[in-house]
Design a protein around this ligand. Structure first.
Ligand code: LMR
Length: 391
């Protein structure tokens, strides 16, 4: 029977991790998968996380099951950061823990499908796993263009998608630090997006995987708040992979905002049923750690400081790239105003291969680079290689 299966290619992005590890060239540069790196090229555990982990080891008195919703202390501690001072939006928001942001996106779209959503409009390019998740649950994806060649967002394309949507359509948006382009909508554009959602009644699903890596924890949810203020109901998928550096611990959360507080019970009975049938219960450790960080003002301050340092360093790298102007045929100037870990360079798959084979520079086949893989010790090499390959 198993011979009926056809072989699947490995996930192209995750395959880069192994290729990079196997490369023995000492000056190799990893601009592949999205993990933050310091100016020394390391991805250390946050100091706030280390301290919370120690506390967890010392104080945790049971590892008994918590249930499909996971650690609700974690889920609720995040809410003021995501939704603002009225963290439940008048009792209309509730959440549950998920295995990473991927679990949150999967739960959001599967629940939307259960509620009758048939198609999801999605800007392209997007994080490749978005399309993989939709395809896996057989939900139709309707693409629209996310960005323009000049490095700005293609707002007209999104507004046309919302305005032309059919009754059982939803729209999936990145809350901030768009992956892979780094191109976010401006606050004015978010206001127009919110208006379009309000006028059409199209259901928004917002993936918030990089809060705090763009302009700040509050600044990075300005768009989300505009949309939530304009619509009766929405889903939010959240990841703590990057802003707490908890990648492999798989820490995420799913939130629903409903029309009335009474609707939450039914929504979460379905979300719990989907979670139970998929992963049963999320892994506890990372969620508990985030809860301990956010419930201790001293640890919260340490974490915020670390997040600020990350953000500032990525801004410096962006500024340095933009300063280089045009490298070969690649215009690096728009990168200064983009956000988060990623940027898309206009390079061909052959040029990506050449950068890898001839210069030991690893990046996604799409032309996406992880900004945080660059530092003062390798940025000049990168710019020179890009110039040589595309010039
Ligand atoms: C990325 O896009 O590199 C990260 O979000 C890691 C992943 O899971 O793809």
């Amino acid at each position: 029977m198993l011979e009926r299966l056809t072989s699947q290619p490995p996930d192209a992005l995750l395959a880069l991790i192994k290729m990079y590890a196997a490369d023995e060239r000492p000056d190799k540069v990893d601009l592949g998968v999205g993990v933050y790196r310091t100016g020394q090229g390391d991805t250390p555990v946050f100091a706030a996380v280390k301290r919370a982990e120690q506390k967890l080891v010392d104080e945790q008195d049971s590892k008994s099951y918590l249930g499909p919703e996971g650690d609700m202390g974690f889920v609720e501690a995040l809410m003021p950061y995501i939704f603002g001072s009225d963290a439940t939006m008048g009792g209309r928001v509730q959440g549950m823990q998920t295995p990473g942001g991927t679990g949150a996106v999967r739960l959001a779209v599967a629940l939307a499908q259960r509620a009758g959503i048939e198609r999801i409009h999605m800007g392209t390019p997007s994080w490749p796993n978005h399309a993989q998740i939709l395809s896996d649950i057989a939900l139709e994806m309707v693409p629209f263009s996310h960005s323009k060649a000049d490095g700005s967002a293609d707002i007209e394309s999104l507004l046309a998608a919302i305005k032309g949507a059919q009754p059982n359509d939803a729209v999936l948006l990145h809350g901030s630090c768009h992956n892979p382009t780094g191109i976010d909508y401006t606050p004015e554009e978010w206001a127009a997006i919110a208006d379009a959602f309000a006028q059409t009644g199209v259901f928004p699903i917002i993936d918030l995987a990089y809060q705090g890596l763009g302009h700040g924890m509050e600044e990075d949810v300005v768009g989300l708040h505009k949309v939530l203020a304009a619509v009766p109901e929405a889903f939010v998928a959240y990841s703590c992979d990057k802003n707490f550096g908890l990648y492999r611990d798989r820490v995420g959360a799913f939130y629903a905002m409903t029309r009335t507080p009474d609707d939450l019970a039914t929504v979460f009975s379905n979300a719990n049923a989907l979670a139970r049938a998929s992963w049963s219960m999320p892994p506890d450790h990372g969620g508990a750690v985030v809860r301990l960080v956010l419930c201790d003002p001293e640890l919260t301050a340490v974490w915020q400081d670390e997040l600020t340092q990350m953000r500032d360093r990525m801004r410096q790298v962006r500024a340095r790239l933009a300063e280089a102007g045009v490298a070969g045929s690649v215009d690096l100037r728009p990168l200064a105003d983009q956000n988060g870990l990623f940027a898309m360079l206009s390079v061909t798959p052959d040029q990506v291969k050449q950068l890898r084979e001839e210069h030991a520079i690893y990046m996604a086949g799409s032309g996406r680079i992880n900004i945080a893989g660059l530092h003062m010790g390798n940025i000049d090499k990168f710019i020179a290689a890009l110039t040589a390959v595309t010039g």
